[in-house]
Design a protein around this ligand. Structure first.
Ligand code: HEM
Length: 292
Protein backbone atom coordinates (compact mmCIF):
# COMPACT_ATOMS: atom_id res chain seq x y z
CA UNK A 1 0.00 0.00 0.00
CA UNK A 2 1.43 3.44 -0.95
CA UNK A 3 2.35 5.57 2.01
CA UNK A 4 1.97 8.84 0.12
CA UNK A 5 -1.17 10.68 -0.98
CA UNK A 6 -2.11 9.02 -4.28
CA UNK A 7 -3.07 12.27 -5.98
CA UNK A 8 0.52 13.52 -5.83
CA UNK A 9 1.56 11.05 -8.53
CA UNK A 10 -1.81 10.23 -10.14
CA UNK A 11 -2.58 11.42 -13.70
CA UNK A 12 -3.96 14.95 -13.81
CA UNK A 13 -7.71 15.09 -13.11
CA UNK A 14 -10.07 16.62 -15.68
CA UNK A 15 -11.56 18.94 -13.02
CA UNK A 16 -10.26 20.27 -9.73
CA UNK A 17 -10.85 22.97 -7.15
CA UNK A 18 -7.93 24.44 -5.24
CA UNK A 19 -8.91 25.59 -1.75
CA UNK A 20 -6.69 27.65 0.54
CA UNK A 21 -7.63 28.39 4.15
CA UNK A 22 -6.31 30.49 7.00
CA UNK A 23 -6.95 29.78 10.69
CA UNK A 24 -10.24 31.19 11.95
CA UNK A 25 -9.79 33.64 14.83
CA UNK A 26 -11.10 32.03 17.99
CA UNK A 27 -11.58 28.69 16.21
CA UNK A 28 -9.76 25.49 17.10
CA UNK A 29 -7.85 23.68 14.38
CA UNK A 30 -7.75 20.15 15.78
CA UNK A 31 -11.49 19.22 15.48
CA UNK A 32 -11.50 20.61 11.94
CA UNK A 33 -8.45 18.57 10.96
CA UNK A 34 -10.08 15.45 12.43
CA UNK A 35 -13.23 16.23 10.43
CA UNK A 36 -11.11 16.62 7.29
CA UNK A 37 -9.36 13.34 8.08
CA UNK A 38 -12.76 11.62 8.38
CA UNK A 39 -13.86 12.69 4.87
CA UNK A 40 -10.41 12.34 3.26
CA UNK A 41 -10.57 10.36 0.01
CA UNK A 42 -7.19 9.28 -1.36
CA UNK A 43 -8.68 8.94 -4.87
CA UNK A 44 -9.81 12.54 -5.15
CA UNK A 45 -8.20 14.73 -2.48
CA UNK A 46 -4.80 16.21 -1.80
CA UNK A 47 -4.09 17.91 1.53
CA UNK A 48 -1.23 20.24 2.46
CA UNK A 49 -0.49 21.95 5.78
CA UNK A 50 1.24 25.32 6.12
CA UNK A 51 4.01 26.23 8.55
CA UNK A 52 1.69 28.59 10.49
CA UNK A 53 -0.66 25.68 11.23
CA UNK A 54 2.18 23.40 12.30
CA UNK A 55 3.31 26.06 14.79
CA UNK A 56 -0.13 25.85 16.43
CA UNK A 57 0.69 22.23 17.26
CA UNK A 58 4.30 23.00 18.24
CA UNK A 59 5.26 20.70 15.41
CA UNK A 60 8.43 21.30 13.42
CA UNK A 61 8.68 19.63 10.02
CA UNK A 62 12.31 19.95 8.99
CA UNK A 63 12.44 21.96 5.76
CA UNK A 64 8.93 23.43 5.97
CA UNK A 65 8.96 27.25 5.93
CA UNK A 66 6.98 30.17 4.53
CA UNK A 67 7.47 30.78 0.79
CA UNK A 68 10.03 33.60 0.41
CA UNK A 69 9.04 36.68 -1.56
CA UNK A 70 11.67 37.17 -4.27
CA UNK A 71 12.42 40.31 -6.25
CA UNK A 72 14.67 41.09 -9.18
CA UNK A 73 14.50 44.15 -11.45
CA UNK A 74 10.87 44.83 -12.33
CA UNK A 75 9.69 41.42 -11.12
CA UNK A 76 8.30 40.72 -7.67
CA UNK A 77 7.13 37.23 -6.76
CA UNK A 78 4.24 37.69 -4.35
CA UNK A 79 3.49 35.30 -1.53
CA UNK A 80 0.08 34.70 0.01
CA UNK A 81 0.80 31.78 2.39
CA UNK A 82 -2.04 29.73 3.91
CA UNK A 83 -2.56 27.39 6.84
CA UNK A 84 -4.34 24.60 4.97
CA UNK A 85 -4.48 23.67 1.28
CA UNK A 86 -6.80 21.12 -0.29
CA UNK A 87 -7.17 20.10 -3.91
CA UNK A 88 -10.36 18.18 -4.64
CA UNK A 89 -10.76 16.60 -8.06
CA UNK A 90 -13.00 14.48 -10.25
CA UNK A 91 -14.29 13.89 -13.74
CA UNK A 92 -17.45 15.96 -13.28
CA UNK A 93 -17.27 19.72 -12.55
CA UNK A 94 -20.49 19.71 -10.50
CA UNK A 95 -19.43 16.79 -8.30
CA UNK A 96 -16.02 18.44 -7.84
CA UNK A 97 -17.71 21.65 -6.73
CA UNK A 98 -19.82 19.69 -4.21
CA UNK A 99 -16.68 17.94 -2.89
CA UNK A 100 -15.11 21.36 -2.40
CA UNK A 101 -18.23 22.44 -0.52
CA UNK A 102 -18.01 19.44 1.84
CA UNK A 103 -14.38 20.24 2.63
CA UNK A 104 -15.23 23.89 3.32
CA UNK A 105 -18.07 22.80 5.65
CA UNK A 106 -15.96 20.13 7.39
CA UNK A 107 -13.25 22.58 8.43
CA UNK A 108 -15.47 25.66 8.92
CA UNK A 109 -15.09 25.82 12.72
CA UNK A 110 -11.34 26.16 12.56
CA UNK A 111 -10.56 27.59 9.13
CA UNK A 112 -11.75 30.32 6.84
CA UNK A 113 -11.55 29.94 3.05
CA UNK A 114 -9.26 32.59 1.52
CA UNK A 115 -8.96 31.35 -2.06
CA UNK A 116 -10.95 28.99 -4.29
CA UNK A 117 -9.64 28.32 -7.79
CA UNK A 118 -11.56 26.14 -10.26
CA UNK A 119 -9.11 24.27 -12.50
CA UNK A 120 -9.24 21.74 -15.33
CA UNK A 121 -7.15 19.94 -17.91
CA UNK A 122 -6.93 21.50 -21.35
CA UNK A 123 -6.34 19.31 -24.41
CA UNK A 124 -4.81 16.63 -22.18
CA UNK A 125 -1.73 18.18 -20.55
CA UNK A 126 -1.55 21.60 -22.19
CA UNK A 127 -1.23 24.98 -20.58
CA UNK A 128 -3.76 27.56 -21.89
CA UNK A 129 -0.91 29.00 -23.99
CA UNK A 130 -1.30 25.78 -25.99
CA UNK A 131 2.08 24.31 -24.99
CA UNK A 132 2.36 20.82 -23.50
CA UNK A 133 3.24 21.00 -19.82
CA UNK A 134 4.95 18.24 -17.86
CA UNK A 135 7.01 16.69 -20.70
CA UNK A 136 10.26 16.72 -18.72
CA UNK A 137 8.73 15.45 -15.48
CA UNK A 138 10.72 12.55 -14.02
CA UNK A 139 9.13 9.17 -14.79
CA UNK A 140 8.13 6.09 -12.72
CA UNK A 141 10.56 5.46 -9.83
CA UNK A 142 12.33 8.75 -10.51
CA UNK A 143 9.02 10.57 -9.96
CA UNK A 144 8.61 8.87 -6.58
CA UNK A 145 12.22 9.66 -5.60
CA UNK A 146 11.75 13.28 -6.67
CA UNK A 147 8.45 13.91 -4.92
CA UNK A 148 8.21 11.63 -1.89
CA UNK A 149 10.22 12.03 1.32
CA UNK A 150 11.89 8.90 2.71
CA UNK A 151 12.35 8.96 6.45
CA UNK A 152 12.74 6.61 9.41
CA UNK A 153 10.09 8.62 11.22
CA UNK A 154 6.48 7.45 11.05
CA UNK A 155 4.27 10.38 10.11
CA UNK A 156 7.06 11.88 7.96
CA UNK A 157 7.91 8.93 5.70
CA UNK A 158 5.80 9.29 2.53
CA UNK A 159 5.19 13.01 2.94
CA UNK A 160 6.04 15.69 0.36
CA UNK A 161 6.67 19.41 0.04
CA UNK A 162 4.51 21.32 -2.44
CA UNK A 163 4.84 24.85 -3.86
CA UNK A 164 1.62 26.32 -5.25
CA UNK A 165 1.47 29.48 -7.33
CA UNK A 166 -1.36 31.07 -9.27
CA UNK A 167 -0.18 32.64 -12.54
CA UNK A 168 -2.40 34.99 -14.60
CA UNK A 169 -1.88 34.82 -18.37
CA UNK A 170 -2.38 37.54 -20.96
CA UNK A 171 -3.35 35.10 -23.73
CA UNK A 172 -4.43 37.91 -26.09
CA UNK A 173 -0.94 39.40 -25.93
CA UNK A 174 0.77 36.01 -26.32
CA UNK A 175 -1.31 35.09 -29.36
CA UNK A 176 -0.61 38.51 -30.96
CA UNK A 177 3.09 37.57 -31.14
CA UNK A 178 4.55 35.77 -34.19
CA UNK A 179 4.51 31.97 -33.71
CA UNK A 180 8.33 31.77 -33.67
CA UNK A 181 8.44 34.37 -30.89
CA UNK A 182 5.90 32.34 -28.86
CA UNK A 183 7.98 29.19 -29.41
CA UNK A 184 11.08 31.07 -28.24
CA UNK A 185 9.31 32.15 -25.03
CA UNK A 186 8.83 28.49 -24.10
CA UNK A 187 11.81 26.99 -25.96
CA UNK A 188 9.63 24.34 -27.60
CA UNK A 189 7.67 24.27 -30.86
CA UNK A 190 3.90 24.53 -30.38
CA UNK A 191 3.13 22.24 -33.32
CA UNK A 192 5.09 19.16 -32.18
CA UNK A 193 6.52 20.01 -28.71
CA UNK A 194 10.07 19.65 -30.09
CA UNK A 195 12.74 21.40 -27.98
CA UNK A 196 14.38 24.20 -30.01
CA UNK A 197 18.20 24.22 -30.18
CA UNK A 198 18.19 27.85 -31.33
CA UNK A 199 15.91 29.13 -28.53
CA UNK A 200 17.26 32.21 -26.69
CA UNK A 201 18.74 31.87 -23.17
CA UNK A 202 15.56 33.49 -21.85
CA UNK A 203 13.44 30.54 -23.09
CA UNK A 204 11.55 28.95 -20.21
CA UNK A 205 12.95 25.44 -20.70
CA UNK A 206 16.50 26.81 -20.89
CA UNK A 207 16.03 28.75 -17.64
CA UNK A 208 14.60 25.73 -15.85
CA UNK A 209 16.61 22.84 -17.38
CA UNK A 210 16.66 20.62 -14.30
CA UNK A 211 20.04 18.98 -14.86
CA UNK A 212 21.75 22.36 -15.44
CA UNK A 213 21.70 23.23 -11.72
CA UNK A 214 24.32 22.17 -9.17
CA UNK A 215 23.05 20.07 -7.49
CA UNK A 216 20.45 19.08 -10.11
CA UNK A 217 17.00 20.53 -9.43
CA UNK A 218 14.36 17.97 -10.35
CA UNK A 219 10.73 18.53 -9.41
CA UNK A 220 7.42 16.78 -10.03
CA UNK A 221 5.05 19.27 -11.69
CA UNK A 222 1.30 18.83 -11.41
CA UNK A 223 0.04 22.21 -12.67
CA UNK A 224 -3.46 22.79 -14.02
CA UNK A 225 -5.05 25.58 -16.07
CA UNK A 226 -7.65 27.71 -14.31
CA UNK A 227 -10.28 30.28 -15.35
CA UNK A 228 -12.44 32.55 -13.21
CA UNK A 229 -14.23 35.90 -13.64
CA UNK A 230 -12.81 36.55 -17.11
CA UNK A 231 -9.23 35.80 -16.09
CA UNK A 232 -7.23 32.68 -16.69
CA UNK A 233 -3.81 31.17 -16.17
CA UNK A 234 -1.92 28.29 -14.65
CA UNK A 235 -2.15 26.96 -11.13
CA UNK A 236 1.52 26.00 -10.91
CA UNK A 237 2.01 23.07 -8.53
CA UNK A 238 5.31 21.28 -7.92
CA UNK A 239 6.25 18.56 -5.46
CA UNK A 240 9.72 17.70 -4.21
CA UNK A 241 11.54 16.44 -1.14
CA UNK A 242 12.69 20.01 -0.40
CA UNK A 243 12.03 23.53 -1.69
CA UNK A 244 15.49 23.68 -3.24
CA UNK A 245 14.42 22.91 -6.86
CA UNK A 246 11.59 25.46 -6.82
CA UNK A 247 13.74 28.21 -5.30
CA UNK A 248 16.80 27.85 -7.55
CA UNK A 249 14.65 27.64 -10.66
CA UNK A 250 12.52 30.63 -9.77
CA UNK A 251 15.60 32.69 -8.88
CA UNK A 252 17.04 31.97 -12.31
CA UNK A 253 13.67 32.63 -13.97
CA UNK A 254 13.48 36.15 -12.51
CA UNK A 255 17.09 36.97 -13.41
CA UNK A 256 18.69 36.78 -9.96
CA UNK A 257 21.56 34.68 -11.36
CA UNK A 258 22.49 36.54 -14.53
CA UNK A 259 19.99 39.37 -15.05
CA UNK A 260 18.14 37.44 -17.79
CA UNK A 261 14.40 37.13 -17.26
CA UNK A 262 12.36 34.06 -18.27
CA UNK A 263 10.34 34.65 -21.44
CA UNK A 264 7.19 33.55 -19.57
CA UNK A 265 7.02 36.98 -17.93
CA UNK A 266 6.17 38.45 -21.37
CA UNK A 267 2.65 37.06 -20.96
CA UNK A 268 2.21 35.77 -17.41
CA UNK A 269 2.74 36.79 -13.77
CA UNK A 270 2.30 34.94 -10.48
CA UNK A 271 -0.23 36.56 -8.15
CA UNK A 272 -0.21 34.17 -5.18
CA UNK A 273 2.27 31.68 -3.75
CA UNK A 274 2.55 29.35 -0.79
CA UNK A 275 4.43 26.33 0.56
CA UNK A 276 2.69 23.36 2.18
CA UNK A 277 3.67 19.99 3.59
CA UNK A 278 1.57 17.04 2.41
CA UNK A 279 1.35 14.43 5.19
CA UNK A 280 1.56 10.72 4.34
CA UNK A 281 -1.30 8.22 4.41
CA UNK A 282 -1.66 4.97 6.33
CA UNK A 283 -4.21 2.16 6.31
CA UNK A 284 -6.81 4.38 7.97
CA UNK A 285 -6.31 7.41 5.69
CA UNK A 286 -4.55 10.73 6.17
CA UNK A 287 -1.73 10.26 8.69
CA UNK A 288 -1.64 13.33 10.94
CA UNK A 289 0.43 11.63 13.65
CA UNK A 290 3.27 14.15 13.19
CA UNK A 291 1.06 16.89 14.63
CA UNK A 292 -1.96 15.45 16.49
C1 HEM B 1 2.98 30.50 -16.20
C2 HEM B 1 3.65 29.56 -15.56
C3 HEM B 1 4.31 28.41 -16.27
C4 HEM B 1 4.03 27.86 -17.48
C5 HEM B 1 2.93 28.24 -18.47
C6 HEM B 1 4.97 26.80 -17.69
C7 HEM B 1 5.01 26.00 -18.82
C8 HEM B 1 6.00 25.09 -19.11
C9 HEM B 1 6.14 24.36 -20.33
C10 HEM B 1 5.20 24.50 -21.52
C11 HEM B 1 7.23 23.57 -20.24
C12 HEM B 1 7.82 22.64 -21.33
C13 HEM B 1 7.37 21.21 -21.26
C14 HEM B 1 7.73 20.49 -19.99
O1 HEM B 1 8.85 19.96 -19.85
O2 HEM B 1 6.89 20.49 -19.10
C15 HEM B 1 7.79 23.79 -18.93
C16 HEM B 1 8.91 23.16 -18.43
C17 HEM B 1 9.38 23.32 -17.15
N1 HEM B 1 8.95 24.22 -16.22
FE1 HEM B 1 7.43 25.52 -16.44
N2 HEM B 1 5.82 26.74 -16.61
C18 HEM B 1 5.46 27.71 -15.72
C19 HEM B 1 6.05 28.00 -14.50
C20 HEM B 1 7.11 27.33 -13.98
C21 HEM B 1 7.73 27.60 -12.70
C22 HEM B 1 7.28 28.69 -11.73
C23 HEM B 1 8.73 26.70 -12.55
C24 HEM B 1 9.70 26.52 -11.40
C25 HEM B 1 9.83 27.33 -10.38
C26 HEM B 1 8.74 25.85 -13.72
C27 HEM B 1 9.57 24.78 -13.92
C28 HEM B 1 9.67 24.05 -15.09
C29 HEM B 1 10.61 22.95 -15.27
C30 HEM B 1 11.54 22.37 -14.23
C31 HEM B 1 10.44 22.51 -16.58
C32 HEM B 1 11.21 21.38 -17.28
C33 HEM B 1 12.56 21.94 -17.71
C34 HEM B 1 13.47 20.86 -18.28
O3 HEM B 1 14.15 20.18 -17.49
O4 HEM B 1 13.44 20.69 -19.51
N3 HEM B 1 7.76 26.26 -14.57
N4 HEM B 1 7.04 24.71 -18.26
Amino acid sequence: MPIYQDQILAPLPTHAQFLTFERKLGGTAKPSLLALQSIFDNDSMLVGLGVSLMKTFNCVIEGLKPMPSLQSGAITIPTSHGALWVRVSGSDPGETMFSAESVIQAVADGFVLTEQVPAFTHRQNRDLSGYEDGTENPQDDDAIKTAIIKSDKRGINGSSFVAVQSWIHDIKHLKSLPQTHQDHIIGRRLSDNEELDDAPVSAHVKRTAQESFTPEAFMWRRSLPWAKNGRCGLQFVCFATSYYPYEVQLKRMIGMEDGITDGLFEFSRPVTGAYFWCPPVDASGLDLSALI
